[in-house]
Design a binder for this molecule. Structure first.
Ligand SMILES: Nc1ncnc2c1ncn2[C@@H]1O[C@H](COP(=O)(O)OP(=O)(O)OP(=O)(O)O)[C@@H](O)[C@H]1O
Ligand SMILES: [Mg+2]
Length: 267
């Protein structure tokens, strides 16, 4: 067994440190070890993709990092704090102020407009009414949806809904964004735009951990880790990552799509 990670001051050290983390589920009399002794480090501002076959443990790992689930063994530090030992109050505070979530199915409230969906996130984070108005406009401009502020989700395309979801995830100025299959319900062009937008967010210093099946993620992220049967394969060994890597040859590399319209991003 190797040494435990040393807690560090917020703002210093890696954003995420998982150390020998295991999470198993009992179902139907058998045990599934969804995450099996995983250790990983994610640097500040890094955009990391976790890939792997269905059932390999990606969502389970992301949920553990996000504090939505607790490991059976091991430790997880996010920005120096041990998420795996948080009490309920610390966990609520963590989710409210430090992490943003982007989900496959967008997760917008259907009766609220794009602006109201973002505003609600700001309200939950405790922002005052004046700040909320300004910040909502700023966030919708960032994701290129100023013109759609008053549209409800059913009046938006899938890509536009996911852009609202990214704006909402950024509302509380999180240091970390967890995005589980953010392009799973989008066509490849729209999906690439979402990854390009997340790439821009990461460049502004927000750490992003995404799980995806999307082969084009390779064009946008800093690093790809592949999971198989709950474990992280040594970097470069993965079958899927290996396949994707061949797409990076200059001749076959598609141009990076523009985020329409690209705005300067500020946290
Ligand atoms: N709550 C649960 N109870 C029982 N088994 C679970 C539970 N959650 C996940 N599992 C099992 O753990 C394994 C990993 O699941 P997980 O959802 O993390 O995979 P995944 O890599 O995200 O897959 P996908 O690509 O399909 O989203 C699977 O075998 C799954 O059936
Ligand atoms: Mg999953």
């Amino acid at each position: 067994m190797s040494a435990q990670p040393t807690p560090h001051e917020p703002g210093a050290g890696p954003m995420v440190e998982a150390h020998e983390v295991t999470r198993a589920f009992q179902s139907g009399g058998s045990t599934v070890t969804a995450v099996d002794n995983v250790s990983l480090t994610v640097a500040r501002g890094e955009f990391l993709a976790v890939v792997g076959r269905s059932g390999s443990g990606k969502t389970t790992l992301l949920n553990l990092i996000a504090g939505l689930d607790q490991p059976d063994a091991g430790t997880i530090l996010v920005d120096g704090a041990e998420v795996s030992r948080f009490n309920d109050a610390q966990m609520t505070e963590f989710r409210r102020h430090q992490v943003g979530f982007v989900f496959q199915s967008f997760g917008l409230l259907p009766l609220l407009s794009a602006a109201e969906n973002v505003d609600l996130a700001l309200r939950i984070a405790g922002a005052g009414i004046r700040e909320r108005g300004e910040r909502t406009r700023e966030l919708l401009a960032l994701v290129g949806l100023t013109e759609r502020a008053d549209h409800r989700p059913y009046e938006l395309s899938g890509g536009e809904q996911q852009r609202v979801a990214v704006a909402r995830a950024l509302a509380n100025r999180p240091r970390l964004i967890i995005a589980d299959e953010p392009t799973g319900e989008l066509d490849s062009t729209t999906g690439a735009q979402i990854f390009a937008l997340l790439h821009e967010v990461a460049r502004a210093g927000v750490t992003i951990v995404t799980a995806t099946h999307d082969p084009f993620v390779m064009e946008h992220v800093d690093r790809v880790l592949e999971m198989s049967d709950g474990r992280i394969l040594p970097e470069g060994d993965g079958v899927i990552v290996g396949q994707h890597r061949s797409r990076r040859e200059p001749s076959s590399r598609p141009p990076r799509p523009e985020v329409p319209p690209a705005r300067r991003f500020s946290r």
